[in-house]
Design a protein. Sequence first.
Length: 305
Amino acid sequence: MDLTKLEAFVCVMECRSFSQAAARMYVSQPTVSAHVAALERELGVKLIIRTTKEIYPSEAGNILYDYAQRMLKLRRDAVEAIRSYACDMSGYVTVAASSIPVREVLPGLLKSFRARYPKIDVELHEVDSKEAVAQVVEREAEVGFCGTRMRAAKCVFEEIGEDKLVMIAPDIPKYKKYQRIGFPVRLLERERFISREKGSGTRREMEAFLKEMGVDAGKLQIVAQSDSNEQIKEWVREEKGVAVLSQSVLDDPAGDAGLLSFDFNSTRLRRKLFILRHKTSDLSPAAQTFYTYAKAYGSQKKIND
């Protein structure tokens, strides 16, 4: 039973006029008449008795009027409850995120989200990309953020941002000569290399880039690896090797104290940042609200950028 037809019927009952009911509903009189006629055909009874002087309900009309009022009230109550729920949403969300989304996306996102939904608490687990995916797969976290798309059949990945990778080297004459011409990618095989840990999205994307450029990542002279960007920067300053990191981990877009940055002969090496959820598990209302908000936030940020 169509609620629009019921609303037209109730308006006619209350106004005792098709024209006044039409004015209240902001539609034409023929539309109201058509709704009531369709309802009568559906139920197989006459609901409104019309004479030259007045209209009034039939017995069946009086019975339906009582139910119709309750049905329309239930619809209004449902709408109000959902609106109230959206405005007064409360709950708890567990989020697993790798280091670059934690640094690049989440500070602004969480600040904006908390201003809109102050009663939703977000517990953030900072891990590498591989672990972020694993926590979503194992349902230890409802929402994840990572810097690479991984083969996880149980997860849905959606792009939420973008990141740029650069090579960093110690600020010494050996590397300064490449500042104007760019650092040749082929020379990486000759360098001592400091890398992120194996589960890192940065490492995964760096290896994919090198492969695309004809460099065998397996031939890199990896002398150290760490899950800490700050530790890697410190090792580079100490001239232990070079590294590939996100541009966002440098304090200054032009570089960091004691470091030089290179973007591979002006090639803009960019990788996508993703938000993910479990493919088959329903998110809790609070988590669904956060997930939807995060995707909208990411889309808006890309437009503004």
